[in-house]
Design a protein around this ligand. Structure first.
Ligand code: CUA
Length: 161
């Protein structure tokens, strides 16, 4: 195989860009590893049939449930262009485990002013644990472009004392 001089330059440029990109991704993953927001190791890559989300536990009953004295699970289904359940109320200072999936395209579940930025991917179940340290209302936004209603895709979490 013979490379023209410019093709070689582009090839090298391509490889360098890839190396830079991978090191940024690696660094970001490392930086996130030290934050208080932790992915549950067991649940990080669970899969689900996106067409049967509403039939399968826990997504057959979206909403808040108490696991034990200190832990709550919030089950959320994202779809164009909203979240189910439409309103979420959780206590302050307790571990809140968000369990998320999507029934159509990729969305996000991004809680404003926190480090929670979850991807809602059809076919996948994502978990994230978070403890709210202040009561109040938290805005949740979709940060992944998902279609004509993307900019209106939001909800609110009420964190109570
Ligand atoms: Cu859902 Cu953007």
């Amino acid at each position: 195989m013979h490379f023209h001089k410019y093709e070689k330059i582009w090839l090298i440029f391509g490889i360098l860009s890839l190396a830079v990109f991978l090191s940024i991704v690696g660094f970001t993953a490392f930086a996130h590893g030290n934050e208080s927001v932790l992915c549950l190791p067991a649940g990080g890559m669970d899969t689900i049939d996106p067409e049967k989300v509403s039939e399968q536990a826990p997504f057959d009953k979206p909403g808040v449930r108490q696991i034990d004295e200190d832990r709550y699970e919030v089950v959320v289904v994202a779809q164009a262009f909203g979240y189910d359940p439409p309103d979420i109320k959780v206590p302050v200072g307790k571990e809140i485990i968000f369990t998320l999936t999507s029934t159509d395209v990729v969305h996000s579940f991004t809680i404003d002013n926190t480090k929670v930025n979850m991807m809602a991917v059809p076919g996948r179940i994502t978990h994230k644990s978070y403890i709210f340290d202040k009561p109040g209302k938290y805005l949740v936004l979709c940060n992944e472009y998902c279609g004509s209603g993307h900019h209106y895709m939001s909800t609110e979490i009420e964190v109570y004392e």
